[in-house]
Design a binder for this molecule. Sequence first.
Ligand code: SF4
Ligand code: SF4
Length: 265
Amino acid sequence: MPIHEKSLIRPENILSHEKLEVDGVDVSGHWSTFIQDRVVTDYNENMEDEIAALPGGEHIHRCWQCGSCTNACTVNALNPDFNPRYWIYLIRQGMESELLRDKDIIWQCVSCHKCTHVCPRDVVPEGVMKATAHWLELKGHRPKSHSMIFDEVFSEQVFETGKIEDGRVIRGFFKRTGQALTQDWMVEMVKKVVSKLPVSLMTRMGMSALIRPRTRHWGPAREAIREYVDEQKQRERAALGLNELVAQAAAEARSAGAKQESSHV
Ligand code: SF4
Ligand code: SF4
């Protein structure tokens, strides 16, 4: 059973008449307020399964719409439009176009986990928010977020070397997101930290930045991790129907190429 929050009613759907009389009764003003019906024709019946297939979204089916997550949410306290309970409802109903109206704020979840802490059904709403933000990117509704790009740079380095070198991760992240490699806040932070670090640690960090150390005998682990990650990505794409789209686009391109060739014969 959905919860009807006043804030979710679109102003353009509220109708009232300044002057109206029905069967001799004056119902002018707010007495004649009506909420227009909404007609949704583009349900995505697979939407709950699509979100559930992404990391964090696995338990979305457990939600019973109590609203505790929204009530506890840090971002909702600042912006009432940020409403995890409502988005979970839309996803479970398959109301994709309704969810897309909020696509530019869903990524704002700050991962404070307050919602997860209060949820009586172990839905892990924080995970559902992450899965939904990921879903929006995979489906092309949003550009890749900075946090997603950071995850990619970080993971690539672990897969490649079996180690993390912070400076290299930060440089890679700035480069990929088109940011200047030196930033004022970073210079300030380095100045403060450098004076407090032991010389031996500083030397090791400097060497790591130059020589890119690797974990010994990392090769087999790297191959196994890559294989696993590729399998997971294929599985996610399949759940979202994206593999079919790629195959369909490739088939169309092949058929267009074949037509062109035959017209040249
Ligand atoms: S983790 Fe995200 S959705 Fe949950 S309470 Fe914090 S900001 Fe809100
Ligand atoms: S707290 Fe849990 S059960 Fe309640 S609305 Fe949020 S996700 Fe659903």
